[in-house]
Design a protein around this ligand. Structure first.
Ligand SMILES: [Zn+2]
Length: 482
């Protein structure tokens, strides 16, 4: 897909360099691209030079020509549009390797199907489970994603990751959020000391650890905590544990330095998560780790400014903000609450750091379908069905920023990733079209030509094996999560 540059052209480039050849020489130079850098000082550049996994130079051809030495790989991008490596702050690769204990636990078929557990690992061998993690990382790379947050990690999965990462170099960096508090059906608590122990026992390359906890449930089984009852019902869901227990756990994890992803979907759940973060903040002097409320499908208007005030981020499901989920959400919430569903814009306008995630395999992992939904609030498969809560649409530039710099900040990685500038990790998503100038509808068909992680091409645009491609395609118009 990408072409090596002929030596004659390289010689010409060398002659263009004002400084002339000289060190340090880059390991690789990518030329003739349309790099959208997310760096306000140089938003569009045409070339980058990479040394030891970091951007050495970023700018014009002339700017990088002096970094081309005898062993530099020179790649001609042929005008391709390039973004910084994308970031997905909440996805679930580790679920792919979980044992089918869910059968005993009475988890619904729907969940099994969505997570593709059923039929794949009725009797999973260790090799199959490691293979499932390897498959997940290939899917991640195929979307130009070079950093992610694993939204729930159990300790027994860590040796499998260790085995995979012993065999092959990491293709992404990650934050693994270890489950510290489960959902209502199995709310088993882990103390901060236990999470420290789990994280310390299994060091993994390019992995840092955080903690995941469930504050409430889901709309589909009416377990997410609302202020007023579900439509046509008397129940209004509930919190996983009492607020005092939640505050104690969040305080402990915060003091231990773990970034927390708190699952909260209903507005009462979101409020309880913010209360716990506020109590933790009162107990310390410095800024502390970057915590996030994950999902936040409904937020009370008076809670919107609390995110910015407390320095707590919100990570929302990009793909669900569309009419394919309208019927289910409308049935559960009624029309008024439905219009406030997934308040991307309201949170942004209240000053919050708002990230966008896939929650794969509950929905497609594609950041480009996610961007389409964020901007249009329409269903990628059925745009004619209209928009869901169009008042919460954001612009394309904001959506691209969400998947790069904002998601990087949300995972505490902004010094390392999220933009293309000298010194940052050389992570790139090389695309088949210019997102900024293509018609919006074209976002539905974006293909990644190559993905670069730490200067290494970890995906070369090849089609995924049919098995992986098909399962991913099935998720595109599913839209039935939560
Ligand atoms: Zn999740």
């Amino acid at each position: 897909m990408l072409t090596e540059m002929p030596h004659a052209v390289i010689a010409l480039l060398l002659s263009l360099s004002a400084a002339g050849p000289g060190g340090p020489w880059a390991d690789a130079v990518y030329l003739n691209g349309d790099f959208y850098t997310l760096d306000p000082r140089a938003p569009h550049v045409e070339a980058v030079a990479i040394l030891e996994g970091r951007f050495l130079r970023v700018g014009s051809r002339e700017d990088v020509a002096g970094a081309i030495g005898p062993r530099t790989e020179v790649v001609d991008l042929g005008g391709a549009f390039v973004l910084p490596g994308l970031v997905d702050p909440h996805t679930h690769p580790s679920f792919e390797a979980e044992e089918p204990f869910h059968f005993e636990a009475g988890v619904p078929w729907d969940w099994l199907r969505r997570h593709r557990v059923f039929g794949r690992w009725l009797i999973p061998t260790r090799a199959r489970r490691v293979g499932a993690l390897a498959d997940a990382t290939r899917i991640i790379s195929s979307y130009g994603i070079t950093s992610f947050g694993d939204g729930c990690v159990e300790p027994e999965i860590l040796p499998l990751w260790q085995e995979l990462l012993r065999r092959r170099a990491p293709a992404q960096r990650a934050v693994f959020f270890v489950r510290a508090l489960g959902p209502r059906r199995s709310p088993a608590l882990r103390s901060a000391a236990q999470v420290v122990q789990i994280a310390g026992r299994q060091p993994l390359p390019d992995v840092r650890f955080g903690a995941k906890l469930w504050v409430d449930g889901y709309f589909w089984d009416q377990s997410a905590a609302l202020d007023a009852p579900y439509q046509g019902a008397r129940g209004r869901g509930g919190l996983t544990v009492a607020p005092a227990v939640l505050e104690r756990l969040v305080g402990e994890l915060d003091r231990a330095g773990f970034p927390i992803q708190a699952h909260a979907i209903g507005e009462r759940g979101v409020g309880a998560a913010l209360d716990a973060f506020e109590a933790a903040r009162r107990g310390r002097a410095g800024p502390g780790p970057q915590h996030a409320v994950v999902h936040a499908h409904l937020v009370r208007p008076e809670d919107l400014p609390r995110f910015a005030a407390l320095g707590v981020a919100a990570s929302l499901d990009a793909y669900l903000a569309q009419p394919a989920v309208r019927d289910a959400v409308g049935r559960a919430l009624g029309p008024a609450r439905r219009e406030r569903y997934l308040p991307f814009r309201a949170l942004r306008e209240a000053g919050a750091l708002v990230g966008a995630h896939s929650d794969w395999a509950s929905a497609s992992m594609s950041p480009f379908l996610g961007m389409y939904v964020l901007v249009t609030r329409r269903s990628p498969g059925h745009p004619e069905r209209g928009a869901l809560g169009p008042g919460n649409a954001i612009t394309l530039a904001q959506a691209i920023r969400a998947y790069t710099l904002d998601n990087a900040r949300l995972l505490g990685m902004e010094r390392e990733v999220g933009s293309i500038e000298p010194g940052k990790s050389a992570d790139l998503a090389i695309l088949d079209r210019d997102l900024l100038h293509a018609p919006l509808e074209a976002l539905r068909d974006v293909r990644v030509r190559a993905t670069v992680f730490r200067g290494r091409r970890v995906y070369d645009g090849a089609e995924l094996p049919l098995r992986l491609a098909r399962s991913e395609r099935e998720l595109v118009d599913l839209g039935n999560a939560h």
